[in-house]
Structure formats: C-alpha cells, structure tokens
Design a binder for this molecule. Structure first.
Ligand code: SAM
Length: 224
C-alpha cells in the first residue's frame, strides 16, 4: 500500500472511532506526510495509530492524540500557536497546515520549542523538506519558560507531561480567550489531558481523558 493510501485509511479509522470531526483537522491529517517525520526504518509504521520512538528516549505521539489535541485547541486560520516539545516536528506541521494553509489570506504561525538540540535540528530539516519551514519556527531551549518574544499566543500546545496544569509563564503568554492543551499529573502513574481556557484573569479547566506522555523537563517542569 502507498503512503497516501495508508494515511487515508488511518484518517478514516479516526473518523469512524469519532476521534476527529473538525474538517480542518481531517484535511491536515490527510495532507501532512507523517512518514517523513519518523526515523528512517520506521516509515512503514508511520500510519499505525501508535507512538513511535524518535531517539533520545523520546516519542512521536500516536496519531489519535495529535488529532484530538488539534481538535480540542479549536485551531483556525490565522492563529498564533506555541508548541512545547517539538520532537519530530510532525505535530507542529499539522498545526501549521491548519493555521497557515498554502495561499491563505491571513496566515498564522507556529513557534515550537525543543530541549534536545539534536531533535530540534532534525525537526527543522523535516519541516523544511516538507515545505513547512516558513510556517514553523523551531527554537532550541526550555519550553517551560514559554517564548515571551512572540507572546501572546492564541493557542498553547504542550506535548510533554507537566507537574502543573498551568505553569506560570503560560498564564502570562496565553491571550485572553486563548486555549491551552496540556497533559498534567504524575510522572510515574500517568496524567490527565486538560483543556484550559483563559477568561480574563481566570483559567477554566476541563479534564478530557487519562494519558501518558514523556516528562516535561525544565524550570517549571520536572527535574531531570
Ligand atoms: N510533538 C512531538 C511530535 O510531533 O513529534 C512529540 C513530542 S514528545 C511526546 C515530547 C517532547 O518534549 C520530547 O521531544 C522532549 O524532548 C520535549 N521536551 C520535554 N521537556 C521539554 C522542555 N522543557 N522544553 C522543550 N521540549 C521539551
């Protein structure tokens, strides 16, 4: 089976399982070539609905998790997005496909931070190779600090497990009316996925489901 056919099959199964419903997310999942973001040798597994190793003890999340997080963030054209945990760069490309589709009138942008330099460099290359290089900015650093240079953000996506639901820098860097999606809880026993909306100075959280992510390590995260 060709990659495009496998991708279509995967997206159909996400629709049938009622994981995705938003047309923007569906079109982005159909378009972004996930097999170009996984390590060489794992391309044949790129369209299975499971996480894959990307080296340095880190993972690219399962496609259903990428789709769910995009959908709960209510991403739309023009959004400025901050992602913490670039990993492979795939989730950043998915967000970019939604907030800045080619030739749109009002393109948004994705800023994504990765603490491992080797992963940040590899993701940058994959994003350039797949034509997302100008819609995504990859930053090497501690994402628990956020990225104040481009704040405030419409949406903040955290793809590693945090000890806190709203690390203080994200409070400051999320726009009023903005949405934060973050897995928070125990490092050992798993976390819950939270959707947190900023309403004025209040942060209203909704617990979506139980999840298990690799740890968010940094000043406002866990210690190494
Ligand atoms: N979104 C990624 C993708 O599409 O491949 C998967 C992310 S992986 C589950 C979590 C990533 O968060 C890892 O690459 C890890 O190195 C990174 N990470 C952990 N703590 C971080 C921090 N404080 N700042 C930036 N990245 C961090």
């Amino acid at each position: 089976m060709e990659f495009e056919e496998k991708r279509k099959y995967l997206v159909e199964s996400l629709i049938n399982r009622k994981i995705v419903n938003d047309q923007n997310v569906i079109q982005a999942m159909l378009k972004v070539p996930r097999h170009k973001f996984v390590p060489q040798g794992a391309a044949s597994s790129a369209y299975l609905d499971s996480p894959l190793s990307i080296g340095l003890g880190q993972t690219i999340s399962a496609p259903h998790m990428n789709a769910m997080m995009c959908e709960y963030l209510e991403l739309k054209e023009g959004d400025k997005v901050l992602e913490i945990g670039t990993g492979s760069g795939y989730h950043a490309a998915l967000c970019a496909e939604i907030v800045a589709p080619e030739d749109c009138k009002n393109p948004g942008h994705v800023y994504t931070i990765e603490r491992h330099k080797k992963l940040a460099d590899k993701a940058q290359k994959s994003l350039e190779d797949t034509n997302y290089g100008d819609r995504v900015t990859v930053i090497h650093g501690d994402g628990t600090l956020g990225y104040s240079k481009e704040a405030p953000y419409d949406k903040i996506l955290v793809t590693a497990a945090s000890p806190k639901k709203v690390p203080p820098p994200y409070k400051k860097q999320l726009k009023e009316g903005g949405i934060l999606c973050i897995p928070a809880g125990s490092r050992e026993w798993g976390q819950n996925l939270y959707i947190i909306r900023r309403e004025g100075d209040e942060f209203k959280s909704e617990n979506i489901t139980g999840v298990r992510f690799v740890s968010l390590i940094g000043k406002y995260g866990w210690q190494e």
